[in-house]
Design a protein. Structure first.
Length: 151
């Protein structure tokens, strides 16, 4: 892939270039992608998330080389995949997206154990895997909310 395409994807179609809360802006792009996946059956969503996860690791690795900085804040492809993972265990509804968005951002920002240690992994793995873990945490909590409170 060429440098322009890598930076375009790594920055979440430019959302990571926002001067205010680039990670949140990248997560919003992920919400739009979730909405685009709305008509897809769950197994297809799962395959897309797996493929996007692998692509995210590669793109993040290449973007770190381009930006010459570890986990540069402009790289938000990891937030995009994180919200996809958050939404996997539940139906995609407006309410679920809103709650999932908030939960994912909380886990992504606070990075509770062991998420905080995952950033130490080298290259694209270190950029993406902490957001994958934050997405898993948020997805579990979201699923529990949906299961327990029937919303």
């Amino acid at each position: 892939m060429n440098e322009k395409l890598i930076t375009f994807l790594a920055t979440g179609f430019g959302s990571g270039l926002s001067p205010f809360a680039p990670g949140t802006m990248g997560t919003l792009v992920g919400v739009v992608i979730c909405l685009l996946c709305l008509p897809l059956p769950w197994p297809m969503r799962l395959l897309i998330v797996i493929a996007l996860s692998a692509l995210s690791i590669y793109i993040a690795q290449q973007a770190e080389i381009i930006y010459q900085k570890k986990d540069d804040q402009r790289i938000v492809i990891d937030e995009i995949i994180g919200i996809q993972i958050t939404m996997l265990p539940v139906a995609i509804t407006v309410l679920h997206l809103c709650v999932g968005f908030v939960l994912f951002r909380i886990f992504d920002i606070l990075k509770p154990f062991p998420i905080n240690n995952l950033q130490r992994l080298p290259g694209g793995w270190g950029v993406v895997i902490d957001d994958v873990a934050a997405g898993i945490y948020a997805g579990v909590v979201l699923w529990l909310f949906v299961y327990l409170f029937k919303f």
